[in-house]
Write a protein that binds this ligand. Structure first.
Ligand code: ATP
Length: 444
């Protein structure tokens, strides 16, 4: 891709997302709601594919990992026991000069309200002392709006897993070590949301909590680091854009004994896309104490009861989706083309929202009928689209921008079609009856 600045690249991705129906600003017709986004037709497909890939990698590929779908609203005591009421805080500073409000530990990621080319650190503004700001959204349950009716929108899905630990273990007859995987919405009243869907106040997490015997936690954390990195690589992300970052003592969350982030190099720098934590017995221990319910496990070998340790893998679905878009976005200048560079999303076929587009060369001579027959076969297997409007070149470009890996063109040569591959643009003529089998090689 010809060199573009990092902010230009993000602007191009945001514009593509809107233009092609990946992502829209929430409440757009009312002027938009800051940091909230809606997934359009292509975005919803891409997101579903990512979720499916994660669930398969967790539950289908591991006999000892079970799925769960717990509620967003939970007993408020859960958030006291988990430490979130006291500790889920970020340091907040106000700028007396521009009246902006910023996260004190992330000033380099924000922009000054008066001097947009500067960060709050470098703009010369006068700051207040940092104070703690709790990130949990509060609401009321029932008709009374008083303190006794306060409930929280969950800031992570993990707690729903911990409080169901015994339910899942006993009903699925699992034994330690085993895991529980869940995908669901989480809410954080972030001080400085931004960078499109990178940091929002409502987002979706994919979390797997793995329960192990104390003493096996460190080895399990190492094992899960490798498994999770491989998942990101299997999505097609470039290896040189991924790395681990180990949390130093000051970075560790209140529940963590050790933590690693998987980071990706975004146009705005290296940032976390997934967190892996050794949460020790912090969570089950605290819930056991606060609820007075026994959450220990009996060890047949030692004939004693212990509280399992937890290895957590937690990845933001929206953040991974942004990562796949950033990683896949490309522009290619083509010789003799006066339409400008070809924009192509080089998404892995496994996660591409639409797997193939079927293009009758003309709207006559029986070509649409042959194309419709191919559509009917493909539709049984994958999400595919039909496109008969505009020149064939324009139609290829539309498909390239949407990340559609294959374009099947039906022309006058009866019994055969051409298949064009998105990245190489190479075309191959194959038998019309062989299209499903041909694509299956690449898609499954
Ligand atoms: P950060 O340091 O970026 O605030 P975190 O360390 O608080 O993230 P975790 O609590 O470990 O994040 O959450 C696990 C994952 O959830 C993150 O790696 C990220 O992918 C996702 N995530 C967390 N907060 C947000 C958010 N505000 N918007 C979108 N995704 C988020």
């Amino acid at each position: 891709m010809a060199s573009v600045t990092s902010s230009e690249l993000m602007a191009k991705i945001v514009s593509l997302c809107k233009r092609r129906g990946f992502i829209f600003q929430s409440s757009e017709i009312y002027g938009g709601l800051n940091s909230c986004y809606d997934y359009g037709p292509l975005g919803a497909e891409l997101k579903n594919n990512l979720k499916q890939s994660w669930m398969n990698a967790m539950v289908r590929e591991h006999d000892n990992i079970e799925g769960l779908d717990s509620s967003i609203l939970m007993h408020p005591k859960i958030w006291e026991a988990s430490g979130h009421v006291a500790n889920f805080v970020d340091p907040l500073v106000d700028c007396k000069t521009c009246k902006g409000r910023f996260r004190a530990d992330q000033l380099e990621m924000a922009t000054c309200g008066l001097k947009p080319s500067k960060t709050p650190k470098t703009c010369g503004g006068e700051f207040t002392e940092a104070r703690s700001f709790n990130l949990m959204f509060k609401t009321f349950m029932g008709a009374l709006e008083d303190q006794s009716a306060v409930v929280y929108l969950r800031p992570e899905t993990a707690q729903g897993i911990y409080v169901n630990f015994l339910n899942v273990m006993s009903t699925s007859r699992q034994k330690i070590p085993f895991g529980i995987a869940q995908i669901g919405k989480a809410f954080r009243n972030e001080i400085t949301p931004g960078n499109f869907i990178f940091r929002t106040r409502e987002f979706e997490q994919m979390e797997m909590q793995y329960f192990v015997k104390p003493g096996q936690d460190e080895a399990e954390l190492e094992r899960w680091k490798e498994i999770r990195l491989k998942w990101h690589l299997d999505l097609g992300l470039k290896a040189n854009k991924l790395r681990f970052h180990q949390h130093g003592p000051k970075e560790l969350a209140h529940y963590a004994k050790a933590a690693f982030d998987i980071q990706y190099e975004f146009p705005f720098g290296w940032q976390e896309i997934e967190g892996l934590h050794n949460r020790s017995d912090f969570d089950l221990g605290n819930h056991q104490q606060a609820s007075s319910k026994k959450l220990g496990v009996f060890d047949e070998e030692t004939k004693s009861t212990y509280t399992p340790y937890i290895i957590e893998t937690s990845v933001g679905c929206d953040r991974v989706l942004l990562t796949t878009l950033v990683d896949a976005y490309d522009e290619e200048t083509m010789a003799g083309d006066d339409e400008g560079p070809r924009v192509v999303l080089r998404l892995s076929p496994k996660i591409a929202p639409v797997k193939a587009v079927v293009l009758p060369l003309m709207k006559k001579e029986g070509l649409p009928e042959r194309a419709e027959k191919i559509m009917a076969d493909l539709r049984k297997n994958w999400r595919v689209q039909y496109d008969e409007s505009g020149s064939i070149g324009k139609r290829y470009r539309r498909a390239d921008e949407a990340g559609t890996p294959f374009a099947i063109t039906v022309d006058q040569e009866a019994g055969t079609v051409t298949v064009r591959e998105r990245d190489s643009m190479k075309q191959e003529r194959i038998s019309e009856s062989n299209v499903v089998e041909y694509l299956r090689k690449f898609l499954n």
